[in-house]
Design a protein around this ligand. Structure first.
Ligand SMILES: Nc1ncnc2c1ncn2[C@@H]1O[C@H](COP(=O)(O)OP(=O)(O)OP(=O)(O)O)[C@@H](O)[C@H]1O
Ligand SMILES: CC(C)(CO)[C@@H](O)C(=O)[O-]
Ligand code: BAL
Length: 329
């Protein structure tokens, strides 16, 4: 496994991995900044050594964009990418433009050596870990903005428009730098996934966006890099978030359709645990428009603070098959 820091190095390494640049450039090896952390295990190609000749079948590249501080949730994305691609690229970049709070950016966990070891063990071939100046060189003046409810509700409203501007801009740069066949995103950040899908479709970026299920600790808490900042006490209070989601799923399963009642019940569960609720919303799972009744499928999204730590989570609420006699109103 190799770590590269510049877009030029990333492109060269991928050209080599795809078999297109093996003969000519030689840049994949020469540009890398080093930090080998052992073999990629399940990796079958991509770190230079396995590059095929140009006449071989095209090699598929999968990308997993992250902000580092890897946990099992990230590794589940890597495994999904590993299963479908010849080369897996993990990006690690704590993107300053998507942070609305300086304190959150400063406190964001950074642990690159540990990340590299975990990535290698999970089958990553290449890590792209640029410095901010590589992604935002002097004079940088372009913003990619997805407008409308998709980006302006929920996280966009709570964190401000700059958040998804930052996400869309950096993800478009990452995708354009590597042009992966597929890129893998977690459903924990369901709105981010929808924003990225819209952006990729609108800009004609030829990458398939793959949604991966939320990975949870055994007690139900969604895995998140920010969880390391929870004390034992705030962590146990944070369990009210998955509990509120489960209760809503159960309530809908038992016939509750009224979104207002579902929201108020979830808010009460969070408040009783001492969490500061930022939003509890029931929205259309694709447009994110508010829905008033759960007649088919809806997304229940929660953002709440446990102490200083802001957490998000969500669940799909699905009306049970209305053809079943018990489900008729
Ligand atoms: N528990 C999880 N299950 C599945 N995917 C996840 C999970 N946590 C993060 N991801 C995904 O990993 C990718 C990188 O996310 P990121 O690096 O921001 O991690 P994070 O744990 O969400 O951090 P934080 O929420 O503290 O910002 C995103 O696509 C995100 O949705
Ligand atoms: C997609 C992403 C890597 C863009 O900075 C980030 O928002 C994240 O880690 O979810
Ligand atoms: N996990 C989404 C990125 C962020 O919190 O900024």
């Amino acid at each position: 496994m190799r770590i590269v820091r510049t877009i030029a190095e990333l492109r060269a390494a991928l050209a080599e991995a795809r078999g297109a640049g093996a003969a000519g450039s030689g840049a994949a090896g020469s540009g890398a900044t080093g930090s080998g952390s052992g073999s990629a295990g399940s990796g079958s190609a991509g770190s230079g050594a396995g590059a095929s000749s140009a006449d071989a079948a095209p090699r598929r590249v999968g990308m997993v964009p992250t902000m580092g501080a890897l946990h099992e949730g990230h590794l589940s994305l890597v495994r999904a990418a590993r299963a479908e691609n010849d080369t897996v690229v993990l990006t690690i970049f704590v993107n300053p433009t998507q942070f609305d709070e300086a304190a959150d950016l400063a406190a964001y966990p950074r642990q690159e050596e540990r990340d590299a070891a975990l990535a290698a063990g999970a089958g990553v071939d290449l890590i792209f870990a640029p410095e901010p100046a590589e992604m935002y060189p002097s004079g940088f003046a372009t913003t990619v903005r997805v407008s409308g409810a998709l980006a302006e509700t929920l996280e966009g409203a709570a964190r401000g428009a700059a958040h998804f501007d930052g996400v869309a801009t950096v993800v478009s740069k990452l995708l354009l730098a590597a042009l992966p066949d597929s890129a893998y995103f977690g459903l924990k950040d369901a709105q981010q996934l929808l924003v990225v899908r819209r952006m990729v479709a609108d800009l004609g970026i030829p990458t398939r966006i793959v949604a991966c299920p939320t990975s949870r600790d055994p007690d139900g808490l969604a895995r998140s890099s920010r969880n390391v900042r929870l004390s034992a006490e705030t962590r146990s209070r944070a369990l009210a978030i998955p509990q509120a989601l489960e209760a809503a799923i159960d309530a809908v399963g038992s016939g509750e359709r009224d979104a207002g009642r579902l929201v108020r019940r979830a808010e009460a569960t969070l408040a009783a645990a001492g969490l500061a609720v930022e939003y509890v919303a029931i929205v259309h799972p694709e447009t994110l428009e508010t829905v008033h009744r759960v007649d088919t499928t809806a997304l229940l999204a929660i953002a709440a603070r446990a102490g200083e730590v802001r957490l998000i989570d969500n669940a799909i609420l699905q009306r049970a098959n209305p053809a079943h006699p018990d489900e008729e109103e």
